[in-house]
Design a protein around this ligand. Structure first.
Ligand SMILES: Cc1ncc(C[n+]2csc(CCOP(=O)(O)OP(=O)(O)O)c2C)c(N)n1
Length: 374
């Protein structure tokens, strides 16, 4: 296995000492090492992967040095626009090293949302004309990295490492949880699902939130008719807005995460300006990307309430424990939307948390039957 420190040492020796990106579970040991060992001006966790390409572009423009951009292959989609219209050799020709976690690699068992992306990742890099190398735990970094970075520098272009599962050796973060809340996400979800009306329409976000929602419903013997946004991270609130506009007679509840909300924050003013009165936007804020390793977000340093209200939401509340959550809910549902409820939660989840046992198509059908659109 490759030690994260060894990897970063070689990069630094090759002149790369600025890191940015969005965390990925396959890269979590590398991300944790970088986060612990590089100062905040050398390592920035961006809202989405396209932002990271832009940040690396600015780093090169401002300092003449290439940066490393890390991401899950799900994030490749977010990078395609800046990679084709900004950094490509036919445009500004900007060197950078992309480190891409290869979820859904053909032949490796993975979740439905990773299958297609895993199949097309190599083709995507090829069609983008990005020279790449597949990295595995046995790769000889002393050979692979200098060769790839030579191409990057000589041709002044993005190059990539496509990183297989179990490539990096374990690294335990020294980083402490930023959240002060004691409320575990799964418990918050249990309380919320108790508070919801059976007629409510629920859209839940990417990562462990949707897995927990699914398990709670299953443990109660309830139909799994919530829409689980297993892919398309950052789009939960926009999906919910679409449903809310289509079904003005039903209360629609988006259960978002802080990382997910930040990824496509532009959704907020669009929701606020179009004002679906039947939309409740809940943000479970643990100030981290807990699902992929707990790397920090900036959600503890910003004022989500002011952002929501400035975006045109009708009302905002913040709760951080069981009593305040139960207490506020009647007010939330009595207020015309769109409204935003921030629930401050602790970092953490069960080790034995399962994965949805129904397929996305079954999930879609159950959801549409619940909404009355199928
Ligand atoms: C475009 C994209 N980038 C990255 C990922 C990997 N990913 C899955 S869940 C997640 C973290 C979500 O963080 P947050 O919304 O705060 O929820 P939490 O996991 O903390 O509950 C990330 C980065 C992804 N699925 N899609």
């Amino acid at each position: 296995m490759i030690q994260p420190q060894h990897f970063c040492d070689i990069l630094q020796a090759q002149g790369i000492s600025f890191f940015c990106g969005v965390p990925d579970s396959l890269l979590k040991n590398l991300c944790a090492y970088i986060d612990d060992n590089f100062a905040t001006e050398k390592h920035i966790i961006t809202a989405n992967e396209g932002n990271a390409i832009a940040l690396a572009t600015g780093h090169y423009l401002g300092g003449g040095k290439a940066a490393m951009v890390y991401m899950q292959n799900s994030g490749l989609g977010n990078t395609i626009n800046p990679l084709t219209s900004l950094t490509d050799p036919q445009v500004y020709s900007i060197p950078m090293l992309l480190v891409v976690g290869w979820r859904g690699e053909p032949g490796v068992k993975d979740e439905p949302q990773h299958i297609k992306q895993g199949q097309v990742s190599e083709q995507q890099l090829a069609i983008l004309d990005i020279p790449y190398v597949v990295l595995n735990s046995q790769s000889d970094l002393n050979q692979v990295l200098p060769q790839l970075l030579k191409v990057m520098t000589e041709q002044s272009r993005p190059v990539a490492l496509l990183v297989r599962k179990d490539c990096f050796s374990p690294y335990k973060t020294q980083h402490k949880s930023l959240s002060n809340s004691q409320l575990q996400r799964e418990h918050a979800l249990t309380l919320l699902l108790d508070l919801f009306d059976p007629q409510d329409v629920v859209v839940s976000t990417t990562g462990k939130t949707s897995r927990e929602v699914f398990e709670i419903r299953q443990s109660r013997g309830q139909a799994a008719s919530d829409f689980l946004t297993v892919g398309g991270m950052g789009h939960t609130s926009s999906i919910a807005m679409g449903v809310a506009l289509a079904r003005a007679d039903r209360r629609v509840i988006a259960i978002d995460g802080d990382g997910s909300m930040l990824m496509h924050l532009g959704a907020l003013p669009i929701i606020g300006s179009h004002g679906p009165s039947n939309l409740v936007h809940i943000v479970l804020n643990n100030q981290s990307h807990e699902s992929v390793g707990g790397q920090p977000t900036v959600a503890g340093q910003i004022n989500i309430g002011q952002m929501a209200l400035a975006s045109g939401y009708q009302e905002y509340w913040c709760v951080d424990d069981e009593a305040s959550l139960k207490n506020k809910w009647s007010e939330v549902i009595a207020t015309d939307g769109p409204v935003l409820l921030e629930v401050k939660i602790a970092i953490g989840s069960r080790d034995d948390l399962g994965r949805p046992s129904s397929s996305p198509i079954e999930n879609k059908r159950a959801f549409m039957q619940h909404v009355g659109s199928a």
